[in-house]
Write a protein of this length. Structure first.
Lengths: 103, 147
């Protein structure tokens, strides 16, 4: 199982776009945390997470996203999830995270 | 007597995906649809992660995943001999006040039909999860005159 994370700073819209590909669980969720922390330190702005190609996420991965949401919200920045697959969307709905993380 | 399969899993995060694959395969064999298989897969994975996060068993120890295929239900028990946690003080996450911890058990309870958690400080943790199998009613047999 693997997770690929590709982060790009969108200068025009002043935001970070992260593409997540593969599966995110307890073995690799820390990678997302590290990459977002590094990116946010370089440009503190909104963070968009494209989950179109993320086939699996667990509570550890959701925990990282909740942590990011809580941290940057205090600076007036948004954390937005885009294009989650149905199984991922189901977990977001169960945990009520869809209300604050999906546009 | 129902078939039972038991996995002894090293307490390392990298093996949770292996458990997930094995359980998905067994759930598919039991005739669940894709959504139910996904529910079981996520729930068992969460139980494994819960043990790795809270039992403090260390990566040189093993925990056990036992899967029993009953006619009417699919039952998975995840058990360790770690330090356990006090379930009396388990606090379900509040959706209005998001926290990054405590989601695992909450998700398991949402996805499975029955969930039983036994854990006490110092005596390990057992999480038993059940998904019922709803089989279609048998088609009425063709009566006389139906060839």
């Amino acid at each position: 199982m693997s997770l690929s994370i590709n982060g790009n700073y969108d200068e025009i819209n002043d935001r970070w776009d992260f593409d997540l590909v593969g599966e995110m669980d307890i073995s690799n969720a820390h990678q997302l945390k590290q990459q977002i922390e590094t990116a946010y330190a370089a440009h503190a702005t909104d963070i968009y997470l494209n989950l179109e190609r993320l086939s699996y996420i667990d509570s550890t991965g959701l925990g990282v996203i909740i942590g990011v949401y809580g941290t940057i919200r205090g600076n007036g920045h948004k954390t937005i999830i885009v294009n989650p697959k149905d199984n991922v969307r189901k977990l977001l709905r169960i945990t009520s995270l869809d209300k604050v993380l999906i546009q | 007597m129902p078939d039972t399969m038991t996995l002894s899993v090293p307490g390392k995060a990298e093996y949770v995906s292996t458990v997930r694959l094995a359980i998905s395969s067994l759930a598919a064999k039991s005739g669940f649809d894709i959504e139910a298989i996904e529910d079981i897969k996520v729930a068992v994975s969460e139980a494994c992660s819960n043990i790795l996060c809270h039992s403090n068993i260390g990566d040189e120890y093993l925990y056990r995943v036992e899967c029993t295929l009953h006619d009417d239900r699919f039952e998975v028990t995840v058990v360790d001999n770690g330090v356990g946690f006090d379930t009396d003080h388990y606090k379900e996450p509040n959706p209005e006040d998001f926290q990054s911890g405590g989601l695992g058990i909450y998700i398991i309870k949402a996805l499975m039909d029955e969930v039983h958690v036994e854990s006490r400080d110092g005596s390990g943790t057992l999480i038993r999860m059940t998904k019922h199998i709803f089989k279609d009613e048998p088609a009425p047999s063709a009566g006389p005159g139906h060839q």
